[in-house]
Structure formats: structure tokens, C-alpha cells
Write a protein of this length. Structure first.
Length: 506
């Protein structure tokens, strides 16, 4: 599945290169191929893996953690819990993925010969403490694991055994909070320690230090932070959690996360933290980051769009779901299948509603600020529909129930049916449209409107409600995720014939 939203005009590209809820990017190069791994939090399968040949066009090729034995997310896993900040590396002919499951299993290490999978069972790392683990190998093969804080310990990656004691390396700028997302590299004559600091909100930034050995001592860059948009009116905010890579011509580039706030004050971002690309030059032994902007010069090599661009519509004709589909915490095959009714996705209810942690839900990330989502649902054997979800306490839905279509809004402690309308028996097309606010009238103007309803047999949209999108934003709900459009079942069995996710931009 192609997830890049790149629009090329002449010799420019657009950022983000991976739009939507694909945060905490870690990148590695293997020959002419590039791979990115991202955080997935409470969603299953976990850790999406994306591939590119040009650093611009990205296609999701799988999820590293796609089996319950690899990814244990108990039903009491909080939203924005689960899987945090992986590091992906290619070393000694294998791919290595180290990650934190904050909901019980701690730090875990996986390997694969093909990043599309399958990935190994986890190697547990009980003596590696802290989130955002990184791994790097010295010239003699010694493996070093560095975690948020920023501390480091020697690791046997084959067994998970640690050797020696954890050492504190560097804590970033004096007084800056949350030194995290460390990545250690050997570049030229120095070892470089790249970190995020300032928290993943508006104060986020990227800083770097260098030393002669992987254990330091480390000298901070005099120009730190080398990238931040804090205290600016730049359209891309929260910039940080970066990783370095060399391009096809061996120039240097950085991937990082950022957000696109909309509306008035404080600005609300709704798609989650997205993956951006920016060039890097080296001056006097330090990286100098180029300008990060929504439109930027294209890299100086031929771009390679995918030969086949997948359809925006999924007709559920395959026996297995495409890798971009995600569920909440678990996905038991008996509750989610394309095999019961050929050409349909069948969801069988577990939890009673979207307010419940165990609701049967299958969704995909919202990737476009302006978009339309549609699905044909047959709820003759149950009750369910189409939702826009941020977490259990923040979601909008349009649902078929007892001969009616109803729109429900959950905003924190408020939970209400906003509108309803009778519909004839039989399958019905449910529809959600998202439209960004074009004019900010005052500081209270929200980022977008979410319209929910259904379609008449002739395709006419019957809008039941248009709701303020700010209440499905991180600034309201908190946490680290972004919006997900999804199908759900709240009672019995519900069948979905197809799902269409269409960008309305441009």
C-alpha cells in the first residue's frame, strides 16, 4: 500500500513524505533500498514497515509484529500505551528491530532477513531499562544499546544478555526535558549521538553530540538544537525524534516527526505525528539541517514512484487483510474475517461500543486533511458502522441500528446521540467527510469539520451531523496517536462489502 502523499511539481516535493499517524520514524538503508519503522501504540498489528527506493515515495510492506506471540497488548492497555519508538537497523546481513512495549513486556529485539516479514519471536531484554532503545555496533562487533535518559549498556543481541553496567552518556541541553530517541552512529572519525529533547509537543527539537568512541565522552554541538520549530509560526510543529541516513548519491538526509496544527489557538493537530524528510550537510564535523517546509526541492536523483499504485478502495477479496489495516490491542480471527462471506469483511462484536477497550474494530489511518470515507454495511445480524477514532473517550461514529442510522459523539465524559434517521431494510452506504477550516475567524476556530451520514440509493449524501474536529485532536484528548477511520461491530455480526478512502485535496 502506498502511503506517501508526495505531489511533485517540477523539481519540488511535498512534506510529509509519510502522512498520517506514522510517528517516531527510524530508517535504515540496505543497498539501494530504504526502510522505515514507526511506533504503533495500542494498535495491532504493530510497528509498520515501509519501503522506498528514493526517500520520497513510501509503500507500507508489512508490520513487524503481526502475531500475538510477538505483540502482547492486554485489554487493559491504555490508549497511547503499547509499542513505543522502534529503532530499525541493517547489520551483518540481517535486519534488527528493537522496541519498547510499555504495557508489560518492556524492551524487545526482533530480527528478519526480509523486512516485509516474517520477523522472529522476541528476544527479551529485561536488563535494558528505559524507552526508545537504539542499537549500534562498534568496529569489533560490540553491540551498544542506548535508551532515553540518555544511558547506554553493552548488549548481546543474540541472547538479550547485558554486559557490564548502564552508563550515563549525555542528557542534552541543560534544563531541557525529555532527552530521548537516542541514535548512535559512526560517521568519519567520530561517533555521533543524536537525540530528541524538549518533549514531543511544541518544544520538541533535535540535538547532537560527538565523541571519539561509542561510550564517549560526548561534546555537544555548539549550534544545538540543530533543528526545532519551537516559538515559531511555522506550519510544521513539534519537530523532533530524528534519524540520519545517506541518500542514493551518499548525501545525508534526516527523517523526523512533525505535526500540522490547524485552526486558532492553541492549534490542533488531528492526523497525529507524521514523517518528514529534510537534507543535511556537514560543516566542520557537525550536521547542518536544511530548511524543513511543506514544499521543498526534490532530492538530486531520479525519483521512483511505485510501478503500481494500489486502489483507494478495498473490496475485501483477499483472504488476509492488507498491512495498513489495524485493530485495537488484538484481532482474533473469529471476530474479524474475510472468509465467512466471500468479498465481505465480517466483524463479530466483543465489546459493546467504541467506549470499550475490546470493541471489534478494523481501521486505517487518516492521511489527508481533506478526505471522504465510505463503506457499504449490512447490519441485518447486528449493529455497527463507521467511526473516526482517537481513543475510547474521543470518537465520532455513524452506526446502523434497529432500522435507523445514528450519529454518536463521545467527547471525554460526554456521550450522546447527535442525530438519527430511519432507513429502509438492507445494506446502506455510510459516509464521513472531513473538511479543513479555510478561514480562522478568531482564536477559537477549530481545525476542521467532520460530517457524518449515509447515502441515498442514488448516491446523494444525507448529512446527519457536522461536528467540530478539535475534539478529535491530540491537544484535546492527549496522547501520541492520530485519527483512525474504522469499521466496528457493537452487537452481533456486521458485514462490510467495501471501504473507500478518498483524498479531496487538490
Amino acid at each position: 500500500m502506498k502511503v506517501s502523499s508526495v505531489s511533485e511539481a517540477g523539481n519540488t516535493i511535498s512534506n510529509p513524505v509519510i502522512p498520517g499517524f506514522y510517528p517516531d520514524p527510524s530508517i535504515c538503508r540496505a543497498g539501494d533500498d530504504y526502510y522505515i519503522a514507526c511506533s504503533s501504540f495500542e494498535y495491532f498489528p504493530g510497528v509498520p514497515i515501509l519501503h522506498s527506493r528514493d526517500l520520497v515515495h513510501w509503500t507500507q510492506i508489512g508490520n513487524a509484529l503481526d502475531r500475538p506471540s510477538q505483540l502482547r497488548l492486554p485489554l487493559d492497555t491504555a490508549s497511547s500505551g503499547g509499542i513505543y519508538a522502534p529503532t530499525l537497523r541493517h547489520h551483518d546481513g540481517r535486519f534488527w528491530l528493537i522496541v519498547t512495549n510499555v504495557s508489560g513486556d518492556g524492551n524487545l529485539l526482533f530480527t528478519a532477513t526480509d523486512p516485509a516479514g516474517p520477523w522472529s519471536e522476541p528476544i527479551r531484554l529485561p536488563e535494558v531499562h528505559g524507552i526508545d532503545p537504539d542499537i549500534a555496533w562498534d568496529d569489533d562487533g560490540t553491540c551498544w544499546c542506548t535508551t532515553a535518559g540518555v544511558g547506554q549498556i553493552r548488549l548481546d543481541p543474540h541472547t538479550g544478555e547485558t554486559l557490564g553496567t548502564r552508563r550515563q552518556l549525555w542528557s542534552g541541553a541543560p534544563g531541557a526535558k525529555a532527552p530521548e530517541a537516542p541514535h548512535l552512529y559512526r560517521i568519519g572519525d567520530h561517533w555521533y549521538l543524536l537525540i530528541a529533547e524538549g518533549g514531543t509537543e511544541r518544544g520538541h527539537g533535535v540535538s547532537i553530540a560527538r565523541g571519539r568512541t561509542p561510550t564517549g565522552p560526548f561534546e555537544p554541538c555548539p549550534a544545538n538544537p540543530i533543528l526545532t520549530h519551537r516559538s515559531t509560526d511555522h506550519p510544521i510543529q513539534n519537530t523532533g525524534h530524528a534519524d540520519l541516513v545517506q541518500g542514493p548519491d551518499d548525501s545525508w538526509w534526516m527523517v523526523l516527526l512533525g505535526v500540522r496544527p490547524g485552526g486558532g489557538t492553541p492549534g490542533w493537530h488531528v492526523l497525529g505525528r507524521e514523517t518528514y524528510l529534510v537534507p543535511v550537510e556537514w560543516v566542520d564535523g557537525w550536521p547542518v539541517v536544511g530548511e524543513l517546509s511543506p514544499v521543498m526541492p526534490a532530492p538530486p536523483w531520479p525519483l521512483q514512484p511505485p510501478a503500481v499504485v494500489p486502489e483507494r478502495r478495498d473490496d475485501f477479496d483477499m483472504t488476509e487483510l492488507a498491512p495498513y489495516w489495524i485493530s485495537l490491542r488484538q484481532r482474533p480471527s473469529e471476530d474479524c474475517t474475510t472468509k465467512e462471506r466471500p468479498g465481505w469483511l465480517t466483524l463479530r462484536a466483543r465489546g459493546g461500543s467504541l467506549d470499550d477497550a475490546d470493541v471489534t474494530f478494523v481501521g486505517r489511518r487518516q492521511q489527508h486533511p481533506s478526505c471522504r470515507v465510505r463503506t457499504l454495511v449490512d447490519a441485518a445480524e447486528g449493529q455497527g458502522g463507521l467511526a473516526v477514532r482517537l481513543d475510547e473517550s474521543h470518537h465520532y461514529s455513524v452506526e446502523v441500528t434497529s432500522g435507523q442510522v445514528q450519529v454518536r459523539a463521545r467527547i471525554g465524559p460526554l456521550n450522546t446521540v447527535v442525530a438519527s434517521r430511519p432507513v429502509p431494510p438492507g445494506p446502506v452506504v455510510l459516509r464521513v467527510e472531513v473538511a479543513p477550516v479555510e478561514t480562522v475567524n478568531d482564536a477559537r476556530t477549530g481545525p476542521d469539520f467532520v460530517s457524518l451520514g449515509f447515502e441515498d440509493p442514488d448516491g446523494t449524501f444525507v448529512e446527519l451531523a457536522s461536528l467540530d474536529g478539535r475534539y478529535l485532536s491530540t491537544e484535546v484528548a492527549g496522547g501520541f496517536t492520530g485519527r483512525v477511520f474504522g469499521m466496528f461491530a457493537s452487537v452481533g455480526s456486521v458485514h462490510f462489502d467495501w471501504f473507500d478512502h478518498e483524498s479531496l485535496e487538490g
